[in-house]
Structures are given as C-alpha cells and as structure tokens.
Design a protein around this ligand. Sequence first.
Ligand code: AMP
Length: 394
Amino acid sequence: MTEAIAVLNAGSSSLKFSVFAAVDGDLQLRLRGQLEGLFTAPKFVGKDADGVVQSEHTWPVGFQLGHEGAMAHLTAFLDAHTDGLRIKAFGHRVVHGGVEFAEPVCVDPATLKRLEAFVPLAPLHQPNNLLPIRLLLESGTKAAQVACFDTAFHRDQPLIAQMYALPHEMTAAGIRRYGFHGLSYEYIASVLAQHDERAAAGRTVVFHLGNGASMCAIHAGRSVATTMGFTAVDGLPMGTRCGSVDPGVLLYLMDQRGMDARAIEKLIYHRSGLLGMSGVSSDCRALEESDDRNAKLALDHFCYRAARELASLAATMAGLDAVVFTAGIGENSPTVRAKILEQAAWLGVALDREANRVRGFARISTAASAVSAWVIPTNEELMIARHAWRVIHA
Ligand code: AMP
C-alpha cells in the first residue's frame, strides 16, 4: 500500500479535494475534483492527475445537498478510486488560526473547539472549513486530521506590521492584522529558489491576484507585511470585496443611510470590488472583453491600487529584488500584469512584453531588469499535503 494524503478545501458552496500519493519521498497528485453548487445546483466531478474524468454526478437544481451530503459523496468516491493507496491524513485548509496557531496542527476534538473560537474572526469561511474536520473525527476514521492555516505564514511578522493604531488593549485582545493567502505565499516562497536564488534570499513582493486578492512582502523566505488585515476584506479591491476603505465611510453609511452591520457586510464583501465599480462583472476576463467605460475604470483602479501597494510593501523591506504574479488573474492576465508593472518601472522592473504573453510559468522581465518579474502558478493543495505529511511523520 502506498501512503497518501487527501486535501480538502471547504467553502460556503463548494468542497474541493485532491489526493497525493507519497512516492520516493515525493508527493504526487493522483486525484482532484470538487463538489460545487451546494444547496443550489450540486455537481460533482472527480478527475485523475491528467484531468481525465473518473466520476461525475449532477443533482437536480434546488436539491438541498449540504456539506454533510457532500462529504458522504466524496468519501464514497475516495473509497472507490484509491485502490493501492492508504489515506494517512486529511489536510484541511482553514482560514484562521488566530494568534495561537503559527503552524499546521493535528486536530483532535479539543483542538477543534479552540479553532471554533475563531469563527467570529472569519464567520463566512471558518465554519465551512471546520465542518469536514468535525465530520471526519466523528466518523472514527484512523486518518489524522491536519489543519493548515491561511494566517500562519504571516504570524512571524514583526508586531509593528501586525498592529493597528488602536488602543493597546485591543491589539492584545487579537484585534490586529492577520493576513491571508498564507498557504499560497508559502508555496511560492518554497519554490522561488529554484528559479531565482537572489530573490529567494532577498526581497520579493508576491501578487496573489484571484477572485480574492492580496499581496505579500517576503524577505528571505518570511512574510514581513501583507495587504489583508484583520479580515480578508482589507487591502486590494477584489472580485466583489472593496479592499481598504476609510472606516469613516462605514460610519457615514450607518448614520446617513441607516445601514446595519449585515447590510454593510453585504456591501463590502459581495457588492463592491470589480463588480461594484464596473456594474458589469466580478470576473476579470469579462471586464477585459467589455467595452463599457466603467469596466475599464474598474480594471485601471485595480491595477493602480496594486502598483501603490507594491511600493508600500517594497518600502517595508527597503528595496525590491523580484515580483511574482500568481492565482487566476496573476497567472492568466498579461493585461493586468503589464498595467501594474508599467507603473512600477521606477522601482527597476523592466517588463519583457513578449514573455508577458504567457499564461503559466515564465520570467516576464528583461534580462537587464534590475528587479526580476515572474509568473509562478500557485499550488496551495500541494502545500497543504506537504504540511500534513510532515505533521504525521514528526
Ligand atoms: P481564482 O480565484 O484564483 O480562481 O481567480 C479567478 C479570477 O481569475 C477571475 O477574476 C477570472 O476572471 C480570472 N482569470 C482566469 N483566467 C483568466 C484569463 N485568461 N484572463 C484574465 N483573467 C482570468
């Protein structure tokens, strides 16, 4: 039997999974897929490492398949498609580890309780992330449950980078910048030396630009500053999230428009960002293809903010050796990358326009560029599998 790790990423309406087999000290992808459209139009697809569909299932529209049903379907799929593999651990993506969890952790019922305490810090994500852990613990499986946190990579940041200028008692109580997308940044940091040793030992800013978007300053492999804060709504504008706004705007909306916390939550998480600014779509591709004036303005603003943040993050490291683009937009949009890097020329980045046409891995700066620029596809699932493997063999 070959030992294997199953990775789960449970969101509000989807359950994504992958299975990695441990072969000759390496973790090799064997299966991946997802159950999406929970509660609305559920659809399951499981594929092998080459993308060949192994199993598909669609439920009727409106079928109330929730996370419990999704886990039952996934467990049956894994039982039927993992011949020769023994799943030793499930690695779970968990958005919040608070101040306490700076490393992945093997979860038992007592640890699960501690992780539930962070639900108020990430009410939209944490409960979904924790549910499969609870269900698997209750199932009596022998496989270990390893929680890997999106916040953990940022936990080493100096206090000066983590604090807000609020009363000290609040910082001590955990009202501080946590930062997210840590598993993505950690993966990029782990492979950077293969491509650019100077950057890996030096000062890099990573752009994780997807539906959720953030940026991170990584100095000698460690996170020193990031754009997201107490929650994942801060920093850059995103697909539907607003990113940083003056907190005074929220007070004004409460006072003058009678908006309460739930209405503001809807506004800043679901109705803002690229969608809100353009009135067209939250999807970068749709905006690039649109002739609408506000679609262009939304993309321009997104790139303007990213270029501003680049300078701010470079300042935290007193310089810049490399930039890396990753995630859906970062890996696939030459237009967005070019718009951002044109505004960063003064920092010493010279874009190679031909190389920038790629989708996927490439160096996109010229040979003479003082600051190198890269596109490196992220792999959060592999990062989680590596962590889970390390935790169970510690
Ligand atoms: P993610 O959350 O990482 O899956 O990224 C989703 C975002 O990537 C969406 O805004 C997509 O429009 C964007 N994206 C994916 N492919 C492309 C592409 N070929 N060109 C521009 N944007 C893309």
